[in-house]
Design a protein around this ligand. Sequence first.
Ligand SMILES: C[S@@+](CC[C@H](N)C(=O)[O-])C[C@H]1O[C@@H](n2cnc3c(N)ncnc32)[C@H](O)[C@@H]1O
Length: 299
Amino acid sequence: MPHDHSVINSHHAHSEGLVEMLELDAATTGAYLDEIPAWIADRVECAPELIVDLGAGTGAGSIALARRFATASIRAVDASTAMLDHVAQRAEERGLASRIRTVLCDLDDGWPDAVTGADLVWASSSLHEVADPDRVLRDARDALRPGGLLAVIEMDVLPSFLPHDYPASAPGLEQRAHDALARLGWNAHGDWAHNIENAGLELIGRKTVTAESRGPATLAYARAWLTRLAAALPGHVDARDIDALETLLSDDAELRRVATTVRGSRTAVLARRPEDPSPQTRSAPRAAHDVTHEGEDHD
Ligand SMILES: C[S@@+](CC[C@H](N)C(=O)[O-])C[C@H]1O[C@@H](n2cnc3c(N)ncnc32)[C@H](O)[C@@H]1O
């Protein structure tokens, strides 16, 4: 079942704020944007020519994939014109406009007709947003050429900014906020592996990338994220926790002192559309390995 992420983000609302959040997320915990395409590159026999970025958002994935796979055309699919405008602008600024094309499509209404014969479908933090992920997975399988790859990437944990002992008067504020979001249905998504196999794809690997970052983008991300928390949580956590969040957000020096680091983690599940009707005959998947990335905010 898809999780209800509308508390924090949705393509139906908050586009402006979501654009900012996605940009800050990519700038801080975006190590996966380098690591996962590199990992996929090690697992393809031929360089992908057509890549679909499903629920492309601001295009961080489209740009990363275009850079890693230098001859590929990218179709950035999203239901939000605001997001796709952003993708087009980013692609233009980076000299990638001829290779990254936007496709306006609400996947809840069906798969975009023109998007077929893909070598790679990339779905990052988007599968949990659609109404019927199993149908979208089947459509993705049909849109892949035989042997083509599907990569589904989700956050393992919500981004965290505050020390566990914050605030001194009632330690554990951020954990209580995350627990409340989980109860509301906004949660780091679990494992899509079973759904992917049910859609007729064979699993070939899994990779987790953790990231930790400090710097100006981290502070801006903390401000944007904690502001959303403070708006989303009244009635779901103790009023003293909302007060503590609002007090922190009203004191820039204190926010700077406390929210120095952001931590995040994502896992990619990689699968292949079988070339023949008996996937059991294929060779065993290669072992996946975990990567930890620590660093400063990056562009
Ligand atoms: C959380 S964002 C992730 C964006 C990007 N893939 C990333 O990892 O940063 C989810 C994106 O999926 C898009 N989306 C949500 N539901 C959709 C649907 N039914 N059809 C197409 N796009 C959808 C939203 O507009 C948003 O841009």
